[in-house]
Structure formats: C-alpha cells, structure tokens
Design a binder for this molecule. Structure first.
Ligand code: FES
Length: 91
C-alpha cells in the first residue's frame, strides 16, 4: 500500500500500489477535481512529490500540463499510477 497525502487538507489515504490516482479518488472520495478524464482539459493538474513515486509522464500529458501551468513537476491526476507514498499539492 502507498500513502497519499493531500497538502491542502493534510489528510492521508491508503492506496494500492500501481493503482490509477483517478480511480483511487473515485473510490475513496478523496478531494481532487477531474473533468475530461483523458488528459486533455487540465482540470486535474497538480504537483506530486516525490515525482519518482508515480508512473512517468508521457509526451501527451506533458503537452497538456504545459498548456495549464508553468509549475515544475506538475502532472495530470487522470494520467498517472501511484507507485509509492506521495504528497499531492495544487499546481
Ligand atoms: S481530467 Fe481532464 S486532463 Fe485530467
């Protein structure tokens, strides 16, 4: 299991390692907004630390992130899997 902490609330949840972050949020009611769910709208953009504890960013995800924010390390919540303990912050 991996721990997911939301920096804006300080709340921590447990998530199965390898699970989609979006699926986890759907099932747990964790406080994260999603829109299109396919990596094109940017509603779910966030910063995840450490970056190595989630699946790598794809070129398509990177293109959408760059349209939404200039924050370093930003990711789309609908596009990554949780591989270890992470902290999620607003981007
Ligand atoms: S929900 Fe639209 S990019 Fe993630």
């Amino acid at each position: 299991m991996a721990k997911i902490t939301f920096a804006n609330t300080g709340k921590t949840y447990e998530c199965a390692t390898g699970k989609s972050f979006m699926e986890f949020c759907d099932e747990s009611g964790a406080p994260h907004d999603f829109g299109c769910t396919v990596g094109s709208c940017g509603t779910c953009v966030c910063v995840v630390e450490p970056a190595g504890n989630v699946s790598p960013i794809s070129k398509d995800e990177k293109d959408t992130v760059e349209m939404c924010t200039s924050t370093a390390g930003a990711r789309l919540g609908c596009q990554f899997q949780v591989l270890g303990d992470i902290v999620v912050r607003p981007a």
